[in-house]
Design a protein around this ligand. Structure first.
Ligand code: IPM
Ligand code: MN
Length: 361
């Protein structure tokens, strides 16, 4: 089969890591008999530089015309002083919304070889952990009214959060369905002791829970959830939460796997077309130095094969190649920590993964 993929490399380390992911997808295609065609589009800071806006219409149309979208990362110090609605990050929110991608899946799974890279005590992670964070992606405070006004103490800024029953229901359903495919345990994270949106969230989740009697359901306040994640991540299977809480908890969970450079994500809506990107940012401090960890981008490519194209064997092959290379002891700088392992570069890590892919066949 032929697949058309829009390639949004973005800024900072974005181009290096998407290049790695593209080479792994191409190799996988060659091994399994598929053709992946990549068409590049501008997004973020490079789009601002080239045409004055972070999300050109051509990029949106290109994504809409493709079977799926692979994205690197956006943003950097060069564009940090622009007003909020012209910043590179605005493009990311814009493309998620334009493609209707309200479900963001962020799997945080510990590769056995990386136990030593996790900050958690060995006994807690002896048998690993495998968490799927389901983050609502097109609503909440990220998309609410915001601005400046005159307040009690003079000029003030404000952001607002709103969630409709419809938005909560659709993300809730995605999470219950995901739980049904896994270990049937779901934790919904909110701040229902303070926020009205969270009270509606919780009420809606409870209604949905009645249609999923096989799923063991529980609520946690977000402060408690943040603590429980580091206290004992094994208690979690699927976590469903709002846009902002999901942003924060997924960074926390990623570190438990050794590095944020390991975490992939899939953003999905009602069609097969998804957007696949690492959860990390553009890391301007290491951009262009061939130091970045390409694994999150490579695993995002695997998620594309699984969720958009239904190519499960192919996705398995990529994930197991990553596992093999980690078992062989290869580590990028972010994973080395205090050990005395000599880190490999982004391109070297990618070459090892490509190699493991072909030898597995
Ligand atoms: C993420 C990122 C983005 C977000 C930023 C860059 C807008 O942190 O994908 O987690 O907050 O969603
Ligand atoms: Mn984030």
């Amino acid at each position: 089969m032929d697949y058309q993929i829009a390639l949004l490399s973005g800024d900072g380390i974005g181009p290096e890591i998407t290049e790695a992911s593209v080479s792994v997808l191409e190799k996988t295609g060659a091994l399994f008999g598929h053709s992946f065609h990549f068409k590049p589009y501008l997004i973020g800071g490079n789009a601002i530089d080239a045409c004055g806006e972070p999300l050109p219409q051509e990029t949106v149309s290109g994504c809409l015309a493709s079977d799926s979208v692979l994205l690197g990362a956006v943003g950097g110090p060069k564009w940090d002083d622009l007003p909020g609605d012209r910043r590179p990050e605005k493009a990311l929110l814009g493309i998620r919304a334009a493609l209707g991608l309200y479900t963001n899946l962020r799997p945080a799974k510990l590769f056995p070889a990386l136990r030593g890279a996790s900050p958690l005590r060995a006994d807690l992670i002896a048998n690993g952990f495998d968490i799927l964070i389901v983050r609502e992606l097109t609503g909440g405070i990220y998309f609410g009214d915001r601005g400046y006004r005159n307040g009690r103490y003079g000029e003030e800024a404000f952001d607002t959060e709103s969630y409709s029953v419809t938005e909560i229901e659709r993300i809730g359903r995605a999470a219950f369905e995901a739980a049904m495919q896994r270990n049937r345990r779901l934790v919904s994270v909110d701040k229902a002791n303070v926020l009205e949106t969270s009270r509606l969230w919780r009420k809606t989740m409870h209604m949905l829970a009645e249609s999923y009697p096989e799923v063991q359901y529980r609520d946690l306040f977000v402060d408690n959830a943040a603590m429980q994640l580091v206290r004992d991540p094994r208690q979690f299977d699927v976590i469903v939460t709002s846009n902002m809480f999901g942003d924060i908890l997924s960074d926390e969970a990623s570190q438990l796997t050794g590095s944020i450079g390991m975490l992939a994500s899939a953003s999905l809506g009602d069609s097969k077309r998804g957007l696949y990107e690492p959860i990390h940012g553009s890391a301007p401090d290491i951009a262009g130095k061939n130091l970045a960890n390409p694994v999150a981008a490579i695993l995002s490519g695997a998620m594309m094969l699984r969720y958009s194209f239904g190519l499960n064997r192919e996705a398995d092959a990529i994930e197991s190649a990553v596992n093999t290379v980690l078992e062989q002891g290869f580590r990028t700088a972010d994973l080395v920590g205090v050990s005395c392992i000599e880190p490999v570069s982004c391109t070297e890590m990618t070459a090892q993964i490509l190699n493991a892919l072909s030898s597995a066949e």
